[in-house]
Every structure is written in C-alpha cells, then in structure tokens.
Design a protein around this ligand. Structure first.
Ligand SMILES: [Zn+2]
Ligand SMILES: [Zn+2]
Length: 159
C-alpha cells in the first residue's frame, strides 16, 4: 500500500465475523464444486479479503505466515490459480495483482474501475461481456474469461 498516494481511502477489507462468514461461504462453494479449500488456499483468500483491494503476489507471500516466515512462491501462485478458477478471486493484469471476488458465483465476467492515484478498485459485472463473447465465438476462439480494466481517477482523487 505504501507505493500509493498517502491519503487514506475507506478500504473495504473484511475483518471479524464478516471475514469468517465470507471464508465459510467460500468453503461451501468449494465443497459444492468438489474442491477443497486447503489451508494455503484459505490463507491466500483470507489475505485478499482482509486487504479489500488488489494485492501483488509478493505481498501475499510476505503476509502469508502471520508474522512468521513468508510463503514459498509456488504455494501462493498455486493458491491464486485455484481461487481464480473457482471465481473467488480475479487477476487484474494491468496491475499485476489479485483481488478477492465476492460476487458469489464463479465464472462471471468482471470489470474493474481502477484509480491510478490511490489504487482503489471497484468491481462490477462487465456490461460488454456478451458482445466480447460473441466476437470471440465468431472468430473461433474459446475464451477462458473476460476481464475489463478501466483506468482513471476515483471520485476522491479527482477532487
Ligand atoms: Zn468477480
Ligand atoms: Zn483514488
């Protein structure tokens, strides 16, 4: 977070019961999909939910051990790949960072408003996703996912 502007925004990170509830619901989703939320996967998701904003993989590695040792990169990358696959997290390419998704169901097309000043991000359902999917199908592509990343300044940073 230190690399961003020094004014503090309301961040939407979770804590306490809200965090526990979100982790429990992720657990249920994994079970339903015949997957397991292993300790490492759960820990990475917990870090993303606590942060409430995009986190880089190396921040997740550093925070992994709760004051103890950092996680090994493959542990974190594998956990992130899993969370992405289940729709519990999204990768934001332009920031090279990951953010927890709380949309509730997997496999949706995400769009992000990203503030280039403070790093705040807001997720919403990609409005143009069906057109992108159509264009992909017309060109014979099998799309793995669609993520729209829109950059600019958030309301707080515009002022
Ligand atoms: Zn999402
Ligand atoms: Zn901002």
């Amino acid at each position: 977070m230190a690399e961003h502007a020094d004014h503090v925004h309301h961040d939407h990170g979770l804590a306490g019961p809200a965090l526990a509830a979100e982790l429990a619901s992720a657990e249920r989703r994994c079970l339903r999909d015949g997957e397991r939320l292993t300790a490492a996967r759960r820990r990475v998701l917990e870090l993303l939910l606590k942060a409430g904003r995009p986190e880089k993989a190396y921040d997740l590695m550093a925070g992994f051990g709760d004051g103890g040792g950092a996680a090994k990169p493959p542990t974190v990358y594998r956990a992130l790949a899993f969370l992405e696959r289940l729709g519990l997290a999204h990768r934001i390419e332009s920031l090279n960072a990951f953010v927890a998704c709380r949309a509730g169901e997997g496999g949706h097309s995400a769009a992000f408003l990203i503030c280039d000043c403070c790093g705040a991000t807001q997720e919403f359902e990609a409005p143009a996703a069906s057109e992108v999917a159509r264009a992909g199908a017309a060109a014979g592509y099998q799309l793995r996912g669609i993520t729209i990343e829109a950059h600019g300044l958030c309301a707080d940073c515009c002022g």
